[in-house]
Design a binder for this molecule. Structure first.
Ligand SMILES: Nc1ncnc2c1ncn2[C@@H]1O[C@H](COP(=O)(O)OP(=O)(O)OP(=O)(O)O)[C@@H](O)[C@H]1O
Ligand SMILES: [Mg+2]
Length: 482
């Protein structure tokens, strides 16, 4: 991790802020302690000077050498110790410079002490100062010394550096400890929450990915609990949506086939209008209207989703009869168009299938073929053939139409995608393929070119009710999965 990235992390920021805050706090402490240090330094000089001056009590006059030595030991140029109103002891040696300032320690306030300490610290010139104080043990009225600032300043600088060094060490140790604490208490739990969120986002329907609150920090725990509630609700509503989408799809399929059935019914009602019975002719338009409304309703509903078909109910279906019914229905829509139907189905051939569903599959295929041929305006033929071998029944629907358009071929068997016909929904083939699959079989496009198109339904003989039931156990019980 680069330094700038580290500084931007939560723990990095804590580290740096702690160093800054501890340093600031140390500086606040620094000024009074340096002032205190200066005061102590000066007081000790006064004390030493007082002791030196006491030598005068023994002898009234000292020789010059002894006096110089006493003053040097005390670290001052001269001392005046006033014993009472009249008597005073004086030790003196030559002062190298004039007196720069006088400090009276007896009544200095804390603020003045700090101010004077800062002045001393930041004034690099070597000065001579006079300091006045109370003699120790009430040994007189006052004591006054003159001394150079240089030794005081050196000692103060030395002390200041030590304080700064110490505060730096303290601040780094504090910052590092805080850094570790923040990592353990905040960063790691936050990362865990983020990780849980990411994992949940990848598959929000999966209830196992919902976060399990585990943080010990109460605030984080609250966040985790809130997140858990939200994820639980989201997962539940996602599942419900999924079911609703499937339901919508189921409705769409029902509508599709209902519309086709109604269209056939409409063709029959057209004939009713030509009836000789006036009562029938009178009610026919109403019937036509009602059916038209129903067809419209189905078509509007078709705008919604797709879903699984119910499991087929397998019975023995006489194929020739079934195909006869389908063709019968389609024939009504031809009018006087030159289109012929042919069947090549052994009269005894019986397939095991769901009668209703197989009717829908064949109707879809035959209707598509008829619509394709009629769209060309040229005569054509549709043939339905049935054959069987040991394993399966095969029913093929062949036409002499124009072949599948590229779009239909690309999206073959995909709902709402491959439709090219005006008024079509591109559902017929998708539903048919799905129904064939529900029978354990398949719908295949055998051929499609300018000469025509051939679809074949393959139904396995070994397929049983159980297989059909198992394949769609979830779909048949919508409550089970909600
Ligand atoms: N036998 C065929 N010959 C030529 N084109 C066909 C044939 N069967 C299907 N198609 C093409 O495939 C497309 C998809 O057919 P499908 O039955 O899935 O939908 P549709 O007929 O358009 O609408 P609907 O949902 O009403 O059946 C059709 O629009 C048509 O262009
Ligand atoms: Mg169709």
């Amino acid at each position: 991790m680069s330094l700038s990235r580290f500084i931007n992390t939560l723990s990095g920021r804590f580290l740096i802020l702690t160093v800054i805050f501890v340093m600031a706090a140390e500086i606040m402490i620094f000024m009074p302690s340096v002032a205190r240090f200066r005061e102590d330094f000066l007081l000790s000089r006064l004390e030493r000077a007082q002791i030196a001056s006491l030598a005068l009590l023994a002898n009234d006059s000292l020789d010059m050498d002894l006096e110089d030595e006493l003053l040097e030991n005390a670290g001052v140029y001269n001392v005046v110790l006033r014993r009472n109103e009249i008597r005073q002891l004086v030790l003196s040696s030559p002062i190298p410079d004039q007196i720069h300032a006088t400090y009276d320690l007896r009544e200095a306030t804390g603020f003045e002490l700090i101010r004077d300490a800062m002045v001393t610290l930041f004034d690099p010139e070597e000065r001579v100062i006079r300091v006045i104080g109370d003699p120790v043990k009430q040994a007189g009225l006052l004591i006054e010394v003159t001394l150079p600032t240089a030794p005081l300043r050196v000692a103060m600088l030395d002390y200041g550096f030590r304080i700064l060094l110490l505060s730096a060490v303290i601040s780094f140790i504090t910052a590092f400890l805080l850094f570790l604490a923040v990592r353990a208490l905040l960063v790691r739990p936050i990362k865990r929450v983020v990780g849980a969120m990411t994992s949940y986002t990848q598959a929000p329907e999966d209830a196992r990915r919902i976060i399990e609150p585990s943080a010990k920090v109460p605030e984080l725990r609250e966040a985790e609990i809130a997140l858990k509630v939200m994820e639980t609700e989201l997962t539940a509503s996602l599942r419900q949506k999924e079911r609703l989408a499937q339901l919508g799809g189921a409705v769409a399929k029902v509508s599709h086939d209902l519309r086709n059935i109604l269209t056939t019914a409409q063709l029959f009602t057209d004939r009713l209008e030509m009836s000789d019975d006036p009562a029938v002719t009178r009610s026919a338009p109403k019937l036509v209207n009602s059916i038209q409304r129903a067809v419209n309703l189905c078509e509007t509903t078709l705008a919604f989703g797709k879903a699984e078909e119910p499991a087929p109910t397998l019975t023995g279906v006489r194929l020739a009869e079934l195909v006869g019914e389908v063709i019968e229905g389609e024939r009504l829509s031809i009018g006087d168009f030159d289109l012929s139907f042919s069947e090549d189905i052994p009269a005894t051939m019986v397939v095991r299938a769901d009668h209703e569903q197989m009717h829908r599959v064949l109707s879809n295929l035959v209707r598509n073929a008829r619509q394709a041929i009629m769209a060309t305006g040229k005569p054509g033929e549709i043939s339905v053939a049935g054959r069987e071998d040991e394993d399966e029944w095969v029913i093929s629907v062949t036409d002499t139409g124009p072949g599948l358009p590229p779009k239909a071929r690309e999206y073959l068997f995909q709902p709402f995608q491959g439709g090219t016909r005006k008024g079509g929904f591109g559902l017929g083939l998708a539903i048919s393929a799905e129904l064939a699959k529900g029978h354990g079989g398949r719908l295949v496009l055998e051929r499609s070119d300018e000469q025509g198109t051939a679809f074949a339904i393959h139904l396995p003989k070994g397929f049983s009710h159980q297989d059909a039931g198992e394949a769609s156990v979830n779909e048949s019980d919508p409550q089970a999965a909600i």
